[in-house]
Design a protein around this ligand. Structure first.
Ligand code: HEC
Ligand code: HEC
Length: 397
């Protein structure tokens, strides 16, 4: 008994000691691990980024986890599985988007024609390229591009994806000038490798400093997809009226919005309701709540005999600056409404919705109704996204 007692107390002592020892060991490991984690930012420095950019690599802006309002519950995105938005990827995209070095003479960046303060478009009828030449179309707003499910980009849908679109302007002889006859993208890569911030940014984003077209496309597409507009007066009104169980489609979108004037609510009804129900049928193609175009939509009858099927960017921020349409042919929103009211022209590319029963659409809106539609379009402007620092120029001047 005695012996047994002694031995078990010794056993307890040993156990205690070993527990103590293990705890000590564990805390040493934890402390030293913590030191490694805390030291990392000091160990790796980014002198190129620090010199040229106001970007804190250790405290990146949030692009990846932007919370969408609950009324976006059924809205899909065109984000490919292989290119989800990451904070570092979108940050690289932002730098590329604002870098004038991406034009041959360092005069023009993407932002020159897609100005944040103007809703990511410009005021020119046709945008001016790096050497003063005119582009063939009016610049497009970029907010909510991720909710367009047609995949194809540009007015005439010639780019098969947002990724593919992003390097087109760089290689365009009018826009940014790295066309084939000037060395193409290879000439640009050489130029970028000599800019101290790019090897650092590519390494942070992709694990090595290699600059490729695919990596540039992915990063710029991430940045553009992160431009989500959900803070217009329309959004505030819908957040309040939203009810997933409301009868009929739209989850409460048809209710008068408390923050809208009577005129804006009337305009909302006209925008949403199809013509056979006394509306103007706009939402059949420009779909709420993102106001991206229905991917199956065809052209809207700007010109007789039109054969090209055009798309529209999201109507978010549409009232900030005209002119409107691919050719900038409509100067004001009043002109746009009048076009749908009385101006639809026939042609092979015309959408059937604008030719109900084989007759060209003539809405016969009263002047009060036209004004209400314009008033509603103005509620789509989002002051927050055009002032959000994470979409602004990151270059130190
Ligand atoms: C010189 C002015 C100019 C520059 C520079 C420019 N863009 Fe554009 N952007 C335009 C115009 C004009 C269009 C419409 C062109 C068309 O459809 O033919 C457009 C269209 C787009 C679209 C299509 C949007 C949609 O909904 O289909 C995207 C995306 C875009 N630009 C991104 C960029 C990026 C990224 C850069 C920089 C690499 C850039 N742009 C540089 C003028 C410019
Ligand atoms: C059949 C589909 C369809 C319907 C219905 C429709 N649109 Fe459009 N909308 C388009 C297309 C396509 C474009 C781009 C046309 C182009 O530039 O060639 C466009 C362009 C626009 C633009 C210009 C966008 C820009 O960035 O310049 C505005 C504004 C607009 N539509 C408002 C409306 C309003 C208001 C209504 C209802 C009265 C309406 N749309 C009905 C398909 C439609």
């Amino acid at each position: 008994m005695e012996y047994k007692f002694e031995s078990s107390s010794l056993y307890v002592m040993r156990k205690l000691l070993s527990v103590l020892f293990l705890t000590l060991l564990l805390s040493i490991i934890v402390v030293s691990c913590k030191e490694v984690i805390e030291e990392q930012p000091d160990q790796k420095t980014f002198p190129g980024i620090e010199e040229y950019l106001s970007i804190d690599v250790n405290n990146l802006e949030n692009y990846a986890n932007q919370t969408l309002p609950n009324y976006y519950q059924n809205v899909n995105t065109n984000t490919p599985i292989g290119n989800p938005i990451t904070n570092i990827g979108a940050t690289l995209g932002r730098v590329l988007f604002y870098d004038k070095a991406l034009s041959r003479n360092n005069s023009t960046s993407c932002a020159s024609c897609h100005d944040q303060s103007l809703g990511f478009t410009d005021t020119a009828l046709f945008s001016i390229g790096f050497e003063g030449g005119k582009t063939g179309a009016h610049s497009m707003r970029l907010a909510n591009a991720q909710f367009y499910l047609g995949l194809d980009f540009f007015w005439d849908r010639r780019a098969p994806s947002l990724e593919a679109q992003t390097t087109e302007p760089i290689q365009d002889g009018v826009e940014m000038g790295f066309d084939e006859s000037h060395g193409g993208l290879d000439a640009l890569f050489d130029k970028m490798e000599a800019l101290p911030y790019y090897p650092e940014l590519f390494e942070l984003s992709y694990g090595d400093a290699g600059i490729t077209e695919e990596r540039m496309q992915d990063a710029m597409a991430q940045f553009i997809r992160s431009m989500v507009s959900t803070n217009s007066r329309f959004d505030i009104g819908f957040a309040d009226a939203f009810n997933p169980n409301a009868p009929g489609p739209g989850a409460g979108i048809g209710r008068p919005f408390a923050n809208f004037s009577d005129q804006e609510n009337q305009g909302k009804q006209l925008f949403l309701a199809p013509p056979q129900n006394g509306g103007a049928g706009c939402a059949g193609c420009h779909q709420a709540p993102s106001f991206s175009l229905d991917p199956n939509s065809r052209s809207n009858g700007l010109e007789a005999s039109e054969t090209t099927i055009f798309k529209s960017p999201s109507l978010k921020n549409v009232a900030m600056y005209g002119p409107y349409m691919h050719d900038g042919s409509l100067e004001t929103l009043e002109d746009v409404v009048e076009h749908y009211n009385s101006g639809i022209q026939d042609g092979p590319a015309l959408d059937n919705r604008l030719k109900p029963g084989g007759n060209l659409q003539r809405l016969n809106l009263s002047s009060e109704e036209k004004a209400a539609l314009v008033a509603f379009l103005k509620t789509l402007d989002d002051e927050e996204i055009i002032n959000d620092p994470k979409f602004s120029d990151p270059f130190k001047s």
